[in-house]
Unconditional design. Structure first.
Length: 386
């Protein structure tokens, strides 16, 4: 199943690491560590192979992909030997990257994105193209009346106003082009009612939001433990320190607020109440593409005895995120091929703030993901919402 993976933010750290990783796996130069879909419980014939994946994408910057990969190698994110060995393959992907459309109305830009997607699909004779947003985090979208209705949205996009945030404009273009959409960021994407209605009209599956790679991954394991042991969490406070492009983006208060909201939701929805405390994200330039999170949890046990838990997470965000991007592209392509439509709640395992998910508990999400992939591999289809 030849599958296009169109990356929004294709020259960013996560996208570059995803591309290098897929090329290395295809060439037999690296193992699939971190790729959930290569575990025995999920691996099977319904998923496109790494050799079936064809990469393209948009970005606002023009730095050649191989230069981005070399910079990540210098920062310790990628092995330098892989970048050198894959230089020709990276140059081939480079030819599939396009500048993000600019100028004109949002309708004009969406039409340009659709043309690029259609050209990509035809040029490579692809069975389908999955659009994955791995661009910088946006501030929360400003409400607009056109967000509620597809017809009103189409009309508004032709005017001079910026009706949609960039992530949602890409979601609109993806749906218009008949492409499933995955949002790996906390940005608005397909959350708007008009866009969800358009995806339903086209019978398209979609997934998101905000890839779960670090501190929130740990929270989704620990919070259910407290709930199941009937321990009262009094406070849960976290400090996140990160550098790189993501850290620089999150230095903006509006983007920071959107990210914090996504990270905090897991506690209230898992525990059934919101403990005291919050999450702070600080930009530390010297950390580069690495991040550190420190959490302090205070809780009460039998007879009110006070206790505490602390943990520290040190990770490389791009190396943690990239295999999940590949997993999501493969799973979403398989879901599309099987006739699934609407939000893929079964992919909640991968997200901090998953769409239509009944639980934030990682173990329960894992069980649902395994059941979903078993159905895909058995040839099961479903024309109902995921």
């Amino acid at each position: 199943m030849r599958t296009g993976v169109w990356l929004v933010g294709a020259r960013g750290s996560v996208a570059t690491t995803s591309i290098v990783g897929a090329l290395a796996l295809r060439a037999g130069l690296a193992g699939p560590t971190g790729c959930v879909t290569e575990l025995a419980e999920l691996r099977g014939p319904a998923l496109p192979s790494f050799a079936d994946l064809v990469f393209g994408g948009h970005d606002v910057v023009a730095t050649p992909l191989v230069k981005r990969a070399e910079a990540l190698a210098a920062a310790g994110v990628l092995p330098g030997r892989l970048v050198a060995a894959l230089a020709d393959e990276l140059a081939t992907v480079e030819r599939e990257l396009r500048p993000a459309p600019a100028g004109g109305s949002q309708a004009d830009r969406a039409a340009a994105i659709v043309r690029d997607l259609d050209d990509f699909r035809r040029r490579h004779e692809l069975d389908r193209v999955v659009v994955v947003n791995v661009s910088a985090t946006e501030p929360l979208a400003r409400p607009h009346p056109a967000h509620a209705d597809p017809a009103a949205l189409r009309a508004a996009l032709a005017g001079p106003e910026e009706v949609l945030p960039v992530s949602s404009l890409y979601a609109y273009a993806a749906v218009t082009a008949g492409c499933p959409y995955v949002d790996f960021t906390p940005s608005t994407g397909l959350r708007l009612p008009a866009l969800r209605a358009l995806a339903d009209e086209r019978g398209l599956p979609y997934a998101g939001h905000d890839g779960k790679t670090g501190e929130t991954l740990v929270k989704s394991v620990l919070a259910p433990m407290f709930a199941m042991r009937h321990l009262a969490v009094r406070s849960w406070s976290g400090v996140n320190l990160l550098g790189g492009g993501d850290g620089a983006t999150l230095a903006d208060p509006a983007a920071n607020a959107a990210k914090v909201e996504s990270k905090q939701r897991v506690l209230g929805e898992t525990l059934g109440y919101q403990p005291q405390g919050g999450t702070r994200i600080d930009y530390v330039e010297s950390l580069g593409d690495f991040k550190t999170a420190w959490d302090l949890v205070t809780f009460a046990g039998f007879l009110g005895t006070g206790m505490r838990l602390e943990f520290t997470w040190h990770g490389c965000d791009s190396a943690l995120a990239a295999p999940l991007v590949l997993d999501l592209a493969r799973l979403t392509a398989a879901a599309h091929a099987a006739g699934h439509r609407g939000p893929l709640a079964e992919l909640a395992f991968f997200f901090k703030d998953p769409l239509a998910a009944p639980t934030h508990a990682l173990a329960e999400q894992w069980t649902r993901l395994c059941e979903f992939t078993r159905r895909l591999h058995a040839g099961g289809s479903d024309d109902q919402p995921g």
